[in-house]
Design a protein around this ligand. Structure first.
Ligand code: ATP
Ligand code: LTN
Length: 337
């Protein structure tokens, strides 16, 4: 199916920087499939973003394919949506260069993610890490996306996207759609670490007990939840300020079972943390198992995945180069007569 002109466009991406966590799933990926009917969706594996922190090349290649398969296993239909690998469409880097010329260093050095990652990777604070948000802005603006579904941690980057789109449009005339963020209203937009509920769950956490991945097996998942850091007291109650650990587990349980937070609290009234943690672990393991199986099935069919990548690359490039040509003309790059 070709992308139509009348539905609004939607763009999102995930980095293949490790195994995908249930935080990525709850905050972003689980919404992707449902949005396919309302929007023309474009979803990318953001491999160029991933290399802003050190990656093992062989692992990066493997994670790229695994993420592509996971997207499909989570319900993204490559016939309906454009599904591709970011580095396969050079326009992303080309637009980044142009947008760099209207971005100020101060805008990038004060980004929370840049500050966090610089502290965590103090031995590798590189220009790519600082320019990461501009590459992300380019991803979104190239496709004239009106809507960008992401977790709460990406809010600042979306504000920059809007600022740069408006700045470019003011300077050179209407060119880019100014996108709206789409961040979940509930606490699922920010799933916290199981080892330290004051930090967000992140796939690149050095402590593997801090996150649960979509490829963990049942025993691992149950064990990680058993070890999850909880709070003092013994009541299973949603109160992020007083009970950050338990509230995070309630959010996860709610996301995977569909039960309301109030019903989850009732279910565990009078029971201890131990029973609750076991139930959360089992619910997550049961929900993740079919997705993991489908991902494995797809990964065994390399020819199919190659075909998806090739189709996605062509469709993405067609859309991207339409915008890039417009940008080059507007800024005065000589395109011939
Ligand atoms: P890394 O730790 O390697 O920086 P990450 O785990 O933060 O990566 P990304 O690939 O940067 O993951 O994010 C993919 C999507 O998942 C984004 O929309 C992001 O907002 C969302 N996301 C990431 N972590 C969480 C989380 N803990 N809770 C909810 N959403 C999240
Ligand atoms: N930086 C994002 C991943 C990402 C993205 C995007 C998300 C790269 N390009 C464009 C939305 C739109 C992250 O979630 N860390």
């Amino acid at each position: 199916m070709e992308i139509s002109e009348n539905k609004q466009k939607l763009f999102s991406a995930v980095q293949p920087s490790g195994a995908i966590t249930i935080g990525n799933y709850i905050g972003a990926i689980r919404n992707f499939a449902a949005l396919q009917d309302r929007y023309d969706c474009i979803y990318a594996v953001a491999d160029l973003h991933a290399i802003t922190v050190r990656q093992d090349p062989a692992a990066l290649r493997k994670n790229t394919l695994a993420l592509l398969a996971l997207f499909i296993a989570c319900g993204i239909d490559p016939q309906k949506s454009v599904l591709f690998v970011q580095s396969h469409v050079p326009a992303h880097c080309e637009l980044t260069w142009v947008l760099n010329t209207i971005t100020y260093p101060g805008e990038l050095s004060r980004m929370t993610q840049f500050k966090d990652k610089s502290a965590r990777h103090a031995d590798n604070v590189n220009m790519g890490l600082m320019d990461y948000p501009v590459l992300m802005v380019s991803d979104i603006l190239l496709y004239q996306a009106a809507c960008v579904p992401v977790g709460e941690d990406q809010k600042q980057h979306l504000e920059l996207t809007r600022d740069l789109a408006v700045r470019f449009n003011n300077r050179y005339g209407p060119t880019f759609t100014v996108p709206e963020p789409y961040i979940l209203k509930d606490s699922g937009a920010r799933v916290m670490s199981l080892a330290d509920p004051s930090r967000k769950m992140s796939k690149s956490d050095e402590n593997a007990n801090a996150f649960v991945t979509m490829t963990d097996d049942k025993d691992t998942i149950v064990r990680k939840f058993k070890r999850a850091v909880t709070d003092s007291g013994s009541e299973v109650r949603y109160d992020p300020a007083a009970k950050p650990g338990i509230s995070n587990l309630l959010t996860i349980y709610h996301a995977f079972t569909g039960k309301s937070i109030a019903d989850c609290e009732k279910e565990f009234a009078g029971k201890g943390y131990g029973d609750f943690k076991l139930a959360v672990g089992e619910a997550v393991a049961d929900a993740v198992a079919p997705i993991r199986a489908e991902q494995a099935r797809l990964l065994a069919d390399k020819a199919y995945l190659q075909e998806v990548m090739k189709g996605g690359r062509e469709r993405a490039a067609r859309l991207a180069y339409r915008t890039l040509a417009k940008v080059y003309r507007k800024v005065g790059l000589y395109m011939g007569e």
